[in-house]
Write a protein that binds this ligand. Structure first.
Ligand SMILES: [Zn+2]
Length: 249
């Protein structure tokens, strides 16, 4: 992986001459997870990072220490873990690979949408600049992956999407499905089976209390969605955003 010019702008910070270590796949996963948690809001703690990665506390503590030494994160006792600009740019680069791969796998290679996330998780660490550029070109410079998540630009620019979780919508609210979470292939398959995918039109008909099921109209059909499935769907609402449903915290 030593094929780029030493002064290339695209080089990751820790790859630069004089840096002690290159950024490993494991480090990339940590930075990506930290980025995701930062986006979700609240302080990024070792505990949250361990949960997100499905790893034990002590191994996470060690890795965070290494990332701090490489100046990819800053770990502060009181404020938790924050990505540095360099750490954030590594995270966005991996996310860009992941989302381009998902789209390439589904559009060019015919993979089912519930399969592409797992494949992309493995491949995202091994994409060269050239492969990235070719996938982007073949796909026509796409802005969204097949789950509706935005693909960061080459410059790391990420369009903001103004959408809401389906379980936070009020009865009667309607809109366009913007994204479905790619994390759970079984639930994803279930959603796609009901016709709920990015672009579908959806309206909330009834919300059962206490995190009960949500009845929706999807295009012309009525469906009852388990709460755990409704949580995975995000919607760009048609009208004025209404206050969040207090039940769906
Ligand atoms: Zn994915």
């Amino acid at each position: 992986m030593n094929d780029s010019a030493p002064d290339s702008d695209n080089q990751r910070p820790a790859d630069r001459p004089g840096a002690v270590t290159r950024v490993t796949s494991a480090m990339e996963d940590y930075l990506k997870a930290a980025y995701r948690l930062e986006q979700d809001g609240g302080a990024v703690t070792t505990l949250r990072l361990a949960e997100e990665l499905g790893l034990s506390g002590p191994s996470v503590t060690n890795m965070v220490k290494r990332l701090d030494e490489l100046k990819l994160v800053v770990h502060n006792r009181y404020h938790g873990i924050a990505l540095t600009a360099a750490g954030k740019s590594v995270a966005l680069e991996v996310i860009r690979h992941h989302r381009l791969l998902e789209l390439y796998l589904s559009e060019a290679l015919g993979f089912n949408l519930d399969q592409v996330h797992a494949e992309a998780e493995r491949l995202e660490h091994h994409v060269s600049e050239e492969l990235e550029a070719r996938m982007e070109q073949v796909l026509g410079f796409p802005r969204f992956d097949p789950h509706g998540d935005p693909i960061p630009g080459r410059d790391g620019e990420l369009p903001r999407i103004d959408d809401n979780a389906l379980d936070s919508l009020a009865v009667g609210e309607a809109g366009r499905v913007s994204r479905v979470s790619d994390r759970d292939p079984e639930r994803l398959r279930y959603l796609f089976g009901l016709g709920i995918k990015p672009g579908s039109h959806i309206r909330v008909i009834e919300c059962m209390p206490f995190e009960g099921p949500v009845r929706v109209q999807i295009d012309d059909n009525e469906q009852l969605l388990p709460y755990s499935v409704a949580q995975l769907v995000r919607v760009e609402t048609d009208g004025e955003p209404l206050p969040a449903n207090p039940v769906g915290t």
